[in-house]
Design a protein around this ligand. Structure first.
Ligand SMILES: Nc1ncnc2c1ncn2[C@@H]1O[C@H](COP(=O)(O)OP(=O)(O)OP(=O)(O)O)[C@@H](O)[C@H]1O
Length: 251
């Protein structure tokens, strides 16, 4: 499999403080690639740099072999094919599940433009397919406000899928979920990864063990280790700064 993302010498500074410090890594197409590490390690900032929310002081982020994302604004990066989900769900509570999906599928440049555009037949079929994938087919007519926490997260993942991204960035997608919802989310990610590479920031180590195909450990903005779950969780340095301190419990 080819690399879909090449992060080269990436450094992000806030008032001189290096939140991400000369990071070099790659994300392979079709992987579920987890970034883990203690609070303040730079995980969210790394996702922010990929999706264009923050601009790096140094370095490049090459998508799909040739597109340097650091040259583009956040909304352009969405159109390039990268979807980002934040920790707190941002679905429209007063709209039904289907209407949220339709809004995401027909998304033009502004919300007003989206509201006045109905989905095409092709988009309706895509929405049906996604609702089935995220397990909300039978709740399509229900107001989003009435969904459980887990269902809201799945709807938001569905809304990202409606934009047909090639890379999806998820920040702590299972935070606040019970074990059953967490497992359903893991199975959903496996399903998604067939067509769309998934990058996840996560503290839930059971979830990481069950679903990661690759793990990068960050500490103080730099890469501490990288490899399979087995390799990183047996690395004494990783145990010392993160796993051995029970750091994985504080989401
Ligand atoms: N906008 C900002 N301005 C100033 N400092 C920031 C900003 N965003 C993040 N930081 C700092 O950068 C460092 C990395 O933060 P980041 O949120 O990326 O860590 P993280 O690994 O995602 O942590 P957590 O697991 O707690 O979410 C922290 O020291 C944080 O305080």
């Amino acid at each position: 499999m080819e690399d879909i993302l090449h992060i080269q010498d990436l450094t992000v500074k806030f008032d001189g403080f290096k939140a991400v410090d000369h990071v070099n890594t790659a994300v392979r197409q079709g992987e579920i690639h987890f970034f883990i590490g203690p609070n303040g390690a730079g995980k969210t900032t790394l996702l922010d740099a990929i999706c264009g929310r923050v601009k790096p002081a140094v370095g490049h982020i090459i998508f799909n072999g040739s597109v340097d994302l650091t040259n583009y604004a956040e909304d352009q990066i969405v159109n390039i094919g990268i979807g980002r989900k934040f920790q707190v769900p941002s679905v429209f509570a007063g709209l039904t599940v289907y209407d949220n999906m339709e809004l995401a599928a027909v998304k033009k440049r502004s919300l007003t433009a989206s509201i006045f555009h109905k989905a095409t037949q092709e988009q309706v079929e895509l929405i049906d397919h996604i609702l089935h994938t995220i397990g909300l087919d039978e709740k399509r007519g229900q107001l989003s406000a009435a969904l459980s926490h887990g269902e809201k997260q799945w709807l938001e993942i569905g809304m990202l899928l409606a934009q047909q991204p090639r890379l999806m960035l998820l920040d702590e997608p299972v935070a606040g979920m019970g074990r059953r919802e967490t497992e359903k989310t893991g199975e959903l990610l496996k399903n998604i990864a067939v067509d769309c590479t998934v990058v996840v920031v996560e503290h839930d180590m059971q979830f990481v063990r069950d679903y990661a195909t690759k793990v990068t450990v960050l500490h103080e903005g730099a890469i501490l280790d990288e490899g399979s779950v087995y390799d990183v969780q047996n690395n004494p340095k990783v145990i010392d700064v993160y796993l051995g301190r029970g750091g994985e419990q504080d989401a």
